[in-house]
Design a binder for this molecule. Structure first.
Ligand code: NOJ
Length: 544
């Protein structure tokens, strides 16, 4: 497929906007659509192809928008549907596509359907859109089965009339029953609602979780075969129907799946030509900073997704995991594990983590396929690991009985400019009544002024300028984006990959300097290249 005819999603750099924390347009301390609109020139100059925007729908915010009360409304905290339409239009004028999140596994307990289900009572058709069951034990006082919620505690909550409902996440996020035709019809209609407003695709939340074993068996007896709720084959039929909806619209609308699967083969099944388009590559995100591990993940991904003709994607950070500058700043003795808040012992060495993050950016952006950039990684932001307990907002903190601090540390509002908080995150002249202005919803560290966009712009040694240069080259160089790669011989701990025409990326994950292979010029390097040698934890792009 030639680069001009290949659909955009095969090679796109998609920038993740965690809307609450990206840019606050009105001064209430929470990011919003007005903020995104005001930063489109920044995103354009950064050189990204599309934005994935975390849920912006009407929501009581029990899980910061992943609890949707109305899929056709924008939450007033973020703006209005009219503003969303303006954003889509303006982004398109900048050549940037818009990919919102969609949350089909569960709604909010404030969704009209769930309220109706509660009001209608046991045995009613309204309850059949969710997963209500009588309890076990005397008086039904025990949950219907032994499933736990992802955020701690049982996955069942009992309502006043004695029935229980399933929620794989918080009690405010009741799971929808995808055996019910109304659920299918409703989501297809919601997809159309937003496709008609010009969105270019959707990121599908918990894409692997929609279908449950109708028997709702205990997990205790689960023998490792088909899981009662994760990654069941039946989910693919839902997405086949969604694909047909997307294909009715012009302009390559695309889905990206958040699908956690046990193997790359299981992931590839979501990406067959009549199912979804792409999926996050969490194996890459979870790999440790180790040449062997990384190469194995890269090879497995490309080989397995290749069997269904799907492009690979590469992701290092998102709003659910510790930022990678902090992860790589620890010599993690083990791999990161999915859905587990793992904090390695001891503080991160941020100088080391930053050096590796720079090298990792060049590796990631050189790989074939698409890339996800999480807001703030282009600024080299570290995880904020010392948020005061009183400031923590992630439901994980409460649900875990204060044993797991949750995901707030990677969600702290972005520093844009200035030497003091809120570093340009909120406007100097608020657009809300005086009483409604507020500090950023999570406190920013006092030492973040060197991380601002303003401070890094024009500084050739900054993370931001490295990303800008790499994204520009990636866009212009015919070898980059979609395609294949070949590995070159290299010493242990060094990754050297070649892409055609004439491009080599080398990454030194060893502890010794590495003599660069023959090349005509160094296109870009993550640090100074002296005497033709690449220092440990550095990477370079070479013209050959
Ligand atoms: C995955 C999302 O990325 C996460 O932030 C959210 O809490 C869960 N899905 C539940 O919707």
């Amino acid at each position: 497929m030639s680069p001009t005819t290949a659909p955009w999603w095969r090679s796109a750099v998609i920038y993740q906007v965690y809307i609450r924390s990206f840019a606050d347009g009105n001064g209430d301390g929470v990011g919003d659509i007005a903020g995104i609109r005001s930063r489109l020139p920044y995103l354009k100059s950064l050189g990204v192809d599309a934005l994935w925007i975390n849920p912006w729908y009407k929501s009581p915010m029990a899980d910061h928008g992943y609890d949707v009360a109305d899929y056709r409304e924008i939450d007033p905290l973020f703006g209005t549907v009219a503003e969303a339409e303006q954003l889509i239009e303006e982004a398109h004028a900048h050549g940037i596509r818009i990919v919102p999140d969609i949350v089909p596994n569960h709604s909010s307990d404030q969704h009209a359907w769930f309220r109706a289900a509660l009001a209608a009572g046991p045995g009613s058709p309204e309850r059949e859109r969710f997963i209500f069951r009588p309890g076990r034990g005397p008086d039904g006082a025990l949950p219907p089965n032994d499933w736990d919620s992802r955020f701690g505690g049982p996955a069942w909550t009992r309502v006043a009339d004695g029935e229980w409902y399933l929620h794989l996440f918080t009690p405010q996020q009741p799971d929808l029953d995808w055996q019910h035709p109304d659920v299918h019809a409703e989501f297809e209609s919601v997809l159309r609602f937003w496709f008609e407003r010009g969105v270019d695709g959707f990121r599908i939340d918990v894409a692997h979780g929609l279908v449950k074993d109708p028997e709702l068996p205990d997990l205790a007896g689960h023998d490792g075969g088909t899981h009662p709720f994760w990654d069941r084959d039946e989910v693919h039929d839902i997405y086949r129907a969604w694909r047909k909806v997307a294909d009715e619209y012009p302009g390559d609308r695309a889905f990206v799946a958040e699908a956690w699967t046990d193997t790359p083969e299981r992931l590839a099944a979501y990406l067959r030509p009549d199912v979804l388009h792409t999926a996050f590559n969490f194996d890459y995100l979870m790999a440790s900073w180790d040449a062997k591990d990384l190469r194995a993940v890269i090879d497995d991904t490309i080989a397995t997704l290749g069997t269904v003709g799907a492009p690979a994607t590469w992701v290092m950070s998102n709003h659910d995991v510790m930022r990678h500058a902090s992860r790589y700043g620890r010599n993690a003795a083990r791999k990161w594990v999915a859905n587990e808040s793992y904090v390695p012992a001891g503080p991160a060495d941020l100088e080391l983590g930053t050096r590796r993050a720079r090298a990792a950016a060049l590796l990631t952006l050189a790989l074939p396929g698409g890339v996800y950039v999480y807001q703030g990684e282009e600024l080299g932001l570290p995880e904020v690991e010392d948020l005061p307990e009183a400031a923590l907002q992630d439901p994980v903190w409460e649900r875990s009985g204060h044993t797991d601090r949750g995901r707030d540390g990677c969600r702290v509002p972005i520093p844009w400019s200035g030497r003091t908080k809120p570093y340009g995150f909120s406007p100097e002249t608020p657009d809300v009544p005086e009483g409604a202005t507020a500090a950023p919803w999570l406190p920013q560290p006092a030492d973040w002024s060197p991380y601002t966009v303003e401070a890094q712009t024009g500084d050739a040694t900054s993370m931001l300028e490295l990303y800008r240069a790499a994204l520009l080259l990636r866009r212009e160089h015919p070898a980059l984006g979609d395609g294949g790669l070949t590995w070159l011989d290299a010493p242990t701990g060094v990754l050297a990959l070649r892409r055609e025409p004439g491009f080599v990326c080398v990454v030194n994950l060893s502890t010794e300097p590495y003599e660069l292979p023959d090349h005509t010029s160094v296109l870009l390097a993550s640090g100074p290249v002296e005497n033709n040698r690449l220092a440990p934890d550095q990477a370079a792009w070479l013209a050959v």
